[in-house]
Design a protein around this ligand. Structure first.
Ligand code: MG
Length: 459
């Protein structure tokens, strides 16, 4: 399950720094050194040792010679002939990773693992037991060392973007003379966060890969400060509306992505078993819209987007059929989701009626910055406007690329939803937040108060 309830309880006071990013230092290398102390102090490369091997991780000594992850091992050996190349089984890493996770969970249940050696923590509920966030960070560092004999770096800040940059700033550094110890903990106070953020190169930001970086450099954006200063029209022309808007927000230190307890779910789904087999196309449309709304609402509540949509039907003879499609752009709004689901279901034989309908999304990622919530007042206006009903009609899926995963630049345009759809969904979310999930529903689904599955659907 997702951490919905925890996400809602996790709202911190304005002066708190609720987010920690903890990242182990040279994790794989240090685990190997524990296994074989002869490696201590020597340059170490963990990775494939064969002719086609690739570096998975390098010790700070090897990094000083220019070795980095993903480099062919053969090249790494030439750069650093003294390096010991270690190819190991996975068990030591998994064991250390579990020990670290236990330490994190002793402080807060809201832990989002990012990798074996890295996690975000929301500590807004932990102050009574463990003190202010910086104290929690130092506590974690010593508790991790005690549990694993390994070091980590901790970033403390008001949001995920800043906490991640802060943990990097806390890391040991590589000088030509060799590794230098880092701060261990870096706290970014609110008063300094803009200066801290703007001093970074723009590729340090979440979602800026090589393609986006080139487009930003083309408009003379090199630092995050440049990014904050560039007019939004110019930014949008360079990287697209959705991505441009999100980058502009990140550059201002705005990032309200929650810490997802347990990590990002692999899939989100809702299904409904009907009292009597459903054959009527209008009824089916209503059910599709309702289930799509339930799934999209879960995604949106957690700041997530999805690229793969699947439908499932069960026939009166209990046989199952599924159909799935992966989209070129991730989505999170009910209208697009319902549209894709409707197309998928239309490919199935519905003449005998169906006893169960399900909609699932997978290929889930974080929206790089969730859309700013509209106020409930705006939401009420949007819902009472006559054109709202039109927006809720099922669209035609002309946005979609077909069965296969598109290989084009997936780092641009983090969402395929139209601006209007997102605002409408925001409005729905705002009203649900105020009145509870069962109040607002789309079109025909609203006529079915108290139907089986209604409570689940409410989110
Ligand atoms: Mg690490």
């Amino acid at each position: 399950m997702t951490g919905d309830q925890h996400d809602q309880l996790a709202v911190a006071g304005p002066d708190e720094l609720p987010i920690l990013h903890v990242d182990m230092d040279a994790f794989y290398v240090e685990v190997e050194r524990k296994r074989d102390p002869a490696l201590v102090g020597r340059p170490v490369i963990v990775g494939g040792s064969g002719r086609r091997g690739v570096v998975a991780s390098a010790s700070y000594e090897a990094r000083a010679a220019g070795v980095h992850a993903a480099m062919p091992t053969a090249r790494a050996r030439r750069l650093c002939p003294a390096a010991v190349v270690v190819t190991s089984d996975f068990s030591g890493y998994a064991e250390a990773s579990e020990a670290i996770a236990e330490v994190f969970e002793s402080v807060t249940p809201i832990v989002e693992p990012i990798a074996l050696d890295e996690a975000f923590l929301d500590v807004s509920g932990a102050h009574r037991l463990f003190g202010p966030s910086p104290e929690i960070a130092w506590h974690l560092r010593s508790a991790v060392r005690q549990a694993t004999d390994l070091d980590c770096s901790v970033g403390v800040a008001s949001n995920k973007t800043l906490a991640k940059l802060a943990s990097v700033a806390a890391k040991p550094t590589v000088q030509s003379s060799g590794p230098e110890p880092g701060l261990g903990v870096r706290v970014v106070e609110r008063a300094e966060q803009i200066a801290f953020l703007w001093a970074h190169r723009v590729e340090a930001l979440w979602g800026v890969g090589p393609v986006t970086l080139r487009r930003l450099n083309d408009i003379d954006v090199v630092s995050v400060g440049d990014l904050a200063a560039v007019p939004i029209e110019r930014l949008v022309a360079a990287v697209g509306t959705a991505h441009g808007t999100q980058l502009a927000a990140l550059a201002r230190g705005i990032d309200d992505r929650p810490v997802h307890r347990g990590g990002i779910p692999r899939s989100v789904s809702h299904e409904e078993t009907f009292d009597t087999d459903v054959r009527d196309p209008d009824r089916l449309r209503g059910e599709i819209v309702r289930l799509a709304d339930a799934v999209a609402s879960r995604l949106r509540a957690n700041g997530l987007v999805a690229r793969t949509v699947a439908v499932k039907v069960k026939y009166p003879d209990f046989s199952l059929r599924t159909r799935a499609q992966t989209l070129a752009e991730p989505i999170q709004t009910p209208r697009l989701l319902a549209s894709v689901a409707h197309e998928l279901i239309a490919r199935l034989d519905l003449s005998t009626g169906i006893r169960l309908l399900g909609i699932a999304v997978s290929n889930i990622a974080e929206a790089s910055a969730p859309p700013v919530r509209s106020s409930a007042g705006v939401g009420v206006e949007a819902l009472t406007a006559p054109e709202t009903q039109l927006q809720l009609e099922l669209g035609v899926g002309r946005h979609f690329s077909g069965e296969s995963v598109s290989s084009r630049d997936t780092e641009s345009g983090p969402t395929g939803d139209a601006e209007l759809d997102r605002r409408l969904a925001d409005a729905l979310d705002a009203i649900r937040g105020r009145f509870g999930g069962a109040v607002i529903s789309h079109g025909a689904a609203g006529l079915r108060d108290g139907a089986p599955g209604e409570r689940r659907w409410g989110r």
